[in-house]
Write a protein that binds this ligand. Structure first.
Ligand code: PMP
Length: 697
């Protein structure tokens, strides 16, 4: 798949290569300059760009890399002006040199500068971007040059020195590039020193470096070019011949650059995308779709922060957080690093008879976050399974307490708890398609949806139907299960938290357990860490999942009180559940990293900002024809339409406008990653307003 193109939002896809050294003084600038000359001579209009240059006092400073590029292309009629985007005087690492001048460098603004430069040079076919030293050269305390490379997504050309120790630096760099999901276009192995013919050991080392590297790169389909030491680069009049000699050596890489820059690659990519879509239609089944008449799917290639890049290079602003999960945005470096670390140690091990630090730490961290009275964690591998576990816990608890008749669940209409049979039985009977599974689904007891809006004053009569249900069925109700404050997939309904206090009271009176499904609402989405905090009510059992791992791995948890645990295990009983991937160490480690990020506390400010941007952006829809209601809570914005939307058409409309929004039924809703900037939220809301105004709903 065409993974190298990462477009600027709405602009033409960024093209070219990122050239990085394995360290300083390995010949990177000379290599890039020689490649530049080779490309220009072959008619490939690439522009050299140095995002951060240190050790120069001004644009014309001969110590800058731009001066080397200029020397390399001197005499070519079509020479180009090299660009340096940020310049600092101190000859040191970017973070240090910038810090000396009171400047804070960061990936976001450097990336924006690169894209601005690219958009401003319409004649360029591509950029040859040059890093600064090696891959992990810091830009600031937490971001390195490699993060900038990852954010741009271009194929990488590595330059390493051909000397003792050089192979180690090259292989480390090759690994680092691969670990970021970047394509390695090739390696230039450069002789940084002349070697005397009689220095046999050095010559042998160089030869071996080359041979070993060639074998390793062949496996990866990356090219290798040997760049000889050229003594005459600075001595006129031989310099131009010397540059040409190096350019000739780089000639085999010109084709690679051409491919990375070729807009025809777009046509090739389009054909590959269509092929992928067709093969998808032949072999896959997507959520809630027909296999024989599937809805269209978009091929996605890369993600970062709140952006998703389609395989055709278009970049979309994400409004969905991949179904409530990617709260910190995509590819968060702390989360992917946690994943890589744990993958190196122990990706998975069975949980029967074994424990491990990630699971123990995560259980403790969850219990610390949850209200008093929730004491024990059972890990599951998805939200639906966590709900099954909660239902089974409630049933085993009531059995353990000798109340076998308590074997049904009471739940409000409009709920959604998952797609497995037990979970489905407590989903809304209409939208949950109970008719399809009549006779198989357990017959549960339904009460009215909590009618009192979150933003209205509380009307106690909204509990009347719950009271009626308990009066009629109290003896057989094992537990009440519901999503606190926000009913998600069942209708995106926000109800008054006081309802939960009344319901908890009724459960207590009737010996029923209270189960909160916080799978969608947990981890800050409603403006509180858990939605139950709006009500100040602790349930007996709680399910969480989705954002638990920040959207990287599938993991869920069912947490219960000690009272429930003791009731279940009464008389030597055990709890009868044990998923194969229970407590998966990769997932637990990522979840710990995600909780660390949440512990930083920024989410509160971010979700509050989301709430206000969503309110501003969506409230004009309230007066538009075809709209039944607009509501916003925390990081969730909902436009409820009067009629069901045409999902495929509306989805295509949104993609056309550069946003990723997946409406369903009568709901167009937004729940963007917490890290989204206000301009991106405005863009999402603009698209929703346009859909309503242009009658796309
Ligand atoms: N409960 C709620 C409230 C949910 O929103 C979902 C998923 N949309 C589930 C349970 C089921 O989770 P999963 O899809 O991970 O099985």
């Amino acid at each position: 798949m065409n993974r190298q193109f990462q477009s600027s939002p709405g602009g033409r896809p960024l093209r070219g290569l990122f050239v990085s050294g394995t360290g300083t003084d390995v010949g990177k600038t000379v290599a890039l300059a020689a490649l530049l000359r080779a490309c220009l001579k072959a008619g490939v209009r690439v522009r050299p760009v140095k995002p951060v240059q240190t050790g120069v006092s001004g644009p014309d400073d001969a110590r800058g890399d731009a001066a080397v590029y200029a020397a390399a292309v001197a005499g070519l009629g079509n020479a180009v002006a090299p660009a340096t985007l940020r310049r600092f005087v101190m000859p040191a690492s970017p973070h240090l040199a910038a810090g000396r001048e009171g400047v804070h460098l960061d990936v976001e603004s450097l990336r924006a500068a690169v894209l601005r430069h690219w958009e401003g040079d319409e004649d360029a076919q591509g950029l040859l971007l040059e890093g600064a030293g090696g891959l992990h050269v810091p830009l600031n305390d937490s971001e390195d040059m490699l993060d900038l490379m990852e954010s741009l997504g271009l194929p990488v050309l590595l330059v390493g020195g051909n000397y003792l120790g050089g192979i180690n630096h090259l292989l480390l760099s090759v690994e680092a590039v691969a670990a970021r999901g970047l394509t390695l276009a090739g390696v230039i192995l450069s002789d940084t020193q002349p070697v005397a013919r009689e220095d046999e050991d050095t010559l042998a080392i160089r030869k071996d470096n080359e041979a070993l590297l060639r074998r390793r790169l062949d496996e990866r389909g990356a090219q290798l070019v040997l760049l000889p030491f050229e003594p005459d680069l600075h001595s006129e009049p031989r310099a131009s011949l010397a540059w040409q000699a190096l350019a000739d050596v780089c000639a085999p890489l010109v084709e690679t650059v051409r491919r990375a820059c070729d807009p025809c690659a777009g046509e090739e990519a389009a054909a590959r995308i269509e092929d992928m879509q067709e093969r998808d239609r032949q072999s896959l089944w997507h959520p809630y779709t027909s296999a024989t008449e599937p809805l269209p799917v978009f091929v996605m290639a890369r993600s970062r922060r709140n952006r998703l890049a389609l395989a055709d290079g278009r970049e979309l602003v994400d409004g969905m957080s991949s179904w409530w999960t990617a709260v910190h945005g995509y590819n968060h470096p702390r989360l992917t690093a946690a994943l890589r670390r744990q993958a190196g140690r122990m990706p998975h091990v069975m949980f029967g008879g074994i424990t491990h630090e990630p699971a123990v730490l995560l259980a403790e961290r969850l219990l610390d976050l949850l209200p008093e009275g929730l004491d024990r964690v059972f890990f599951a591998d998805s939200g639906s399974v966590a709900v099954e576990v909660a239902l089974k816990m409630a049933l085993q608890y009531q059995q353990g307490m000798g109340r076998k008749e308590k074997s049904r669940f009471l739940t409000p209409r409009g709920g959604y708890h998952g797609d497995t049979l037990g979970a489905m039985s407590v989903c809304d009977p209409v939208t949950g398609m109970h008719t399809l599974f009549r006779g198989v689904l357990a017959q549960q007891i339904f009460m009215e949806r909590p009618s009192c809006r979150f933003d209205a004053s509380f009307d106690p009569s909204c509990l009347d139907d719950a009271r009626r249900a308990f009066e009629e069925h109290g003896h057989e109700i094992a537990a009440v299960i519901l999503e606190p404050v926000v009913q998600g997939a069942g209708g995106m309904w926000f109800y008054h938290p006081a309802y939960l206090r009344g319901l908890a009271e009724l459960c207590r009176e009737h010996g029923a357990l209270l189960i909160f499904d916080e799978i969608a609402t947990g981890f800050g989405r409603t403006g509180k860490m858990f939605a139950l905090e709006h009500a100040g009510v602790a349930p007996d059992i709680l399910c969480c999942g989705k954002a638990l791992t920040g959207g990287i791995m599938t993991l869920a948890a069912t947490v219960c009180s000690q009272r429930v645990a003791e009731g279940i295990c009464h008389g030597g009983q055990v709890f009868m559940h044990g998923p194969t991937f229970m407590g998966n160490p990769l997932a637990c480690s990522v979840a710990l990293a995600s909780l660390d990020l949440l512990a930083g506390g920024a989410w509160q400010r971010q979700v509050a900002a989301l709430e206000s941007s969503l309110r501003t952006g969506l409230s004009p829809c309230a007066d538009m024809p075809g709209v039944a209601d607009v509501r916003v809570l925390g990081g969730i914005g909902v436009v409820e339409t009067e009629q069901p939307v045409n999902m495929a058409a509306l989805q295509a409309f949104f993609v056309q406008r550069g946003v990723w929004i997946r409406p369903f039924n009568r709901l167009i809703y937004l729940m963007p990653p917490y890290v989204s900037h206000a301009e991106d939220i405005a863009r999402l809301c603009d698209a929703v307003r346009a859909a309503v105004m242009e009658k796309k709903i």
